[in-house]
Design a protein around this ligand. Sequence first.
Ligand SMILES: Cc1cc2nc3c(=O)[nH]c(=O)nc-3n(C[C@H](O)[C@H](O)[C@H](O)COP(=O)(O)O)c2cc1C
Length: 211
Amino acid sequence: MEKNLIEALQWRYAVKQFDPTKKISPEDLQFILSAGNLMPTSYGLQPFRLVVVENPELKEKLVEHSYGQRHVADNTYLIVMAVRTDINEEMVAEFTHRIEQIRQLPAGAVDGYKKVMVGDLTNRTPEARRIWAQKQAYLALGGMIAAASEKGIDNHCLEGFNPDRYDEILGLSERNLHATVIMAIGQRSEADESQHQKKVRVSEDQMIIRL
Ligand SMILES: Cc1cc2nc3c(=O)[nH]c(=O)nc-3n(C[C@H](O)[C@H](O)[C@H](O)COP(=O)(O)O)c2cc1C
């Protein structure tokens, strides 16, 4: 059932127990992934990838590296948002080449922009580059939460997991990726008590500071 965004955000909650008999369709998954890909990022560089884990054995292996949280396995799809670890001149060149191709520009047309990006990013420490990439991934995550919730698709985000073990199990390091945050999607179980709990948020008067 489609909802307006505010209704959808009231309806959604961090699902603790998915109903394993109710599956999310591949089309609905695609909708969420498309939202993630369309979200804006700093410079437009999209320094992350959306890794979709459907394989039940693989998901099962992840549970013990996620503080035993069962919803890591008991979902229809687990989306692992992984940041690129190769944030370098080549990655920027890959991006500017894509701009030239898509916008049918002559080679070198965006070299000025490339120089700015390379100068900025390569001046940062590897740790600072990772933090920058993670911010972009979280922004996309926000869009994906909104997209899923508007479509009435239950979701739960987690950062309570061991990223290094995820990298190993999912073969992310070989792809120059590092697991950052995950989103499990599925359908809430009727037995999940959390759905009846009231939302806890600061009041809008506290949240919004008008100057
Ligand atoms: C980025 C992120 C990471 C989270 N990590 C976990 C987690 O590891 N385990 C967990 O049980 N809940 C996790 N949560 C769920 C939050 O605790 C939950 O969203 C918050 O308490 C608000 O409740 P609500 O989503 O039900 O409105 C996470 C949420 C977000 C957005």
